[in-house]
Design a protein around this ligand. Structure first.
Ligand SMILES: Nc1ncnc2c1ncn2[C@@H]1O[C@H](COP(=O)(O)OP(=O)(O)OP(=O)(O)O)[C@@H](O)[C@H]1O
Length: 461
């Protein structure tokens, strides 16, 4: 098989030579150009598998070359070589469509990782197209746009911030970006930033060394290390405490992390994706989120539409979800009758696709035959729109505060208390549209504690 080829574009002969030696040692064929004009001619002539370009060129800048390649050779990855610390250039290059960037002085290990990732990209995106079609259900124009964005972003290393309401599919989008890109063979590590207790956050993200705090009985790698070669997905990133935001910014800038208690930094190799249902720009405005971190993680911004904004997708989503539930239960595929379709169409779905899944699971369990009716869906009869997210029950309305007799607990205090706990947890989950993070927050317990209690009480299906 012919060696893959790389075009090196730099006006400094020393850098061209360093890159040439390193890439040739990797078994690659190299070509070089010292100016923008020369680069464009060489690209048309040899159509390399990758282009590495310096930012400053005698007759123009590297961004123009990125734009040229995006326009005329959209399948060709191009990476930018930037001056040390020039964040703005790196971000402009990524926004213009560069696959990644590398800063000077060039670290050879980082260069090799970058080149290997870029050369794994397939020119033909049809496999990614069909994977995205399969996992992202819907054909509304906003979903079609999202699909195209995912396929494009999967080929880049740029940090992407995914916005959208709870349950709308932000994690689905993040996984698709990972699964269809050059890091697919690495891990996809998802972390809910709102669910980690603040005092454990640093150790969870960066790891710790034995003895660094009480309970640190051995060295433990963090999530950055676990995602090495893959993708780290920071869900609910707006919930990161400010102190941790500074440390995260540093980790992104330096591409290295220092485990708690360690004296040395460790290089990291992760692609960062993040999401939140909050308005991150507004969080920056009020000082709850650092502007510099926002700028770094929000290089490319993706909006996931709510289910209300794409009602036409409801039947297809419902059909697929029912198909999944039926096959998990080992039964024939359940269907929705006309009354069920009408009921779905007139409901607002504040909890989006996750709520649709929950509604269908409950209806499936309730329906006697394989046909689900409008009644099985159990939407509130008088109000198609559910309670707004912030609405809280008054203390006196709290589940469990109903009148009870001491005889109810006779001989089984544990069982009695568990019943109350079950009611409290169920109500909190319902009130928070089955968003466990929000339910835990409302109850003033950690996400882990909620998960533990749900499991203990048999409510975790
Ligand atoms: N377009 C879609 N096609 C198929 N399944 C979807 C789609 N969108 C969401 N889902 C399903 O809905 C559920 C919720 O999706 P997901 O966890 O990605 O939402 P989210 O926006 O990340 O939620 P949260 O804000 O609560 O973290 C998942 O089970 C997911 O598989």
């Amino acid at each position: 098989m012919a060696a893959q080829s790389v075009l090196i574009v730099d006006d400094e002969p020393d850098i061209r030579e360093l890159l040439d030696i390193t890439l040739s040692r990797m078994g690659l064929e190299t070509h070089s150009a010292a100016s923008l004009g020369e680069a464009q001619a060489r690209i048309s002539e040899v159509v390399p598998d990758l282009c590495l370009t310096d930012m400053k060129l005698p007759d123009g800048n590297g961004i123009s070359l990125v734009e040229y390649i995006q326009r005329d050779f959209p399948q060709m990855p191009v990476a930018m070589i930037t001056a040390h610390g020039s964040v703005e250039t790196a971000i402009s290059a990524l926004k213009a469509g560069a696959f990644d960037f590398i800063s000077k002085p060039i670290e050879l290990e980082t260069l090799r990782n970058l080149v290997n990732s870029a050369l794994q990209l397939e020119g033909d995106t049809s496999r990614a197209d069909s994977a995205v079609d399969h996992d992202l259900i819907g054909s509304a124009p906003s979903v079609e746009r999202l699909r195209k964005q995912i396929i494009k972003l999967a080929r880049s290393q740029a940090p992407v911030h995914i916005r959208g309401e709870s349950g709308s599919g932000k994690e689905v989008v993040a996984r698709l970006i990972h699964n269809n890109g050059p890091r697919a063979a690495g891990s996809f590590v998802a972390v809910n930033c709102g669910a980690i207790p603040p005092d454990l956050m640093e150790s969870e993200l960066f790891g710790h060394v034995k003895g660094s705090f009480t309970g640190a009985t051995s060295d433990k790698p963090g999530l950055f290390q676990a995602a090495a070669g893959g993708t780290l997905f920071l869900d609910e990133v707006a919930d990161l405490p400010l102190g941790m935001q500074v440390k995260l910014l540093r980790a992104i800038q330096e591409k290295s992390v220092r485990p708690v208690g360690a004296s040395e930094e460790q290089p990291t190799d992760v692609r960062l994706l993040s999401a939140t249902h909050k308005n991150l720009a507004a969080e920056v405005e009020v000082g709850r989120f650092r502007n510099d971190l926002y700028y770094r993680i929000n290089v490319i911004d993706v909006q996931v539409p709510s289910l209300r904004e794409r009602r036409e997708d409801l039947p297809a989503l419902a059909k697929t979800i029912l198909g999944r539930i039926s096959s998990e239960e080992g039964t024939a595929k359940a269907t929705l009758d006309a009354s069920a379709l009408d009921a779905l169409a007139s409901y607002d779905f504040p909890g989006n696709v996750r709520e649709l899944e929950n509604v269908l699971e409950r209806a499936f369990a309730l329906s006697d035959s394989g046909t689900i009716t409008g009644d099985d869906l159990q939407f509130p009869s008088n109000a198609p729109v559910m309670r707004s997210p912030g609405t809280r029950t008054r203390k006196t309305d709290r589940p469990g505060s109903e009148i009870w007799n001491i005889s109810d607990a006779d001989g089984d205090l544990e069982g009695f208390l568990e019943d109350i706990e079950r009611k409290v947890l169920s109500s909190a989950l319902e009130e928070n549209r089955w968003n466990r993070t929000a339910a835990a927050k409302q109850l003033g317990i950690s996400f882990r504690s909620l998960r533990y209690r749900l499991k203990k009480l048999g409510l975790d299906d």
